[in-house]
Design a protein around this ligand. Sequence first.
Ligand SMILES: [Zn+2]
Length: 95
Amino acid sequence: MSKEEIAQGVSMEIAFGETGTKFSHQGEFPLSATCICGGEGRMAFVVYERSGHGTSYICDMHKNEPGNMWVHDAIAVAVYLCRKCLKPITICNQA
Ligand SMILES: [Zn+2]
């Protein structure tokens, strides 16, 4: 399967704002995260893959091997935006 076919088969959903905290594959995402500038990042949205949706997953795009790390299962990514500098902060977990 080509990388283009893999990308076309990925199905992700979006949960906006604080409702996104529960769309994690592990414990709930926190409501805020600390930016590298020291500011507080507020929850913007979570994008996530669910088992049984789509024909491929982000993890199919690259091999996971020593020195070439990649996720091994469906992922959920929480995106926060810093109140001081507006940089995005992300927290990712996998099933
Ligand atoms: Zn910042």
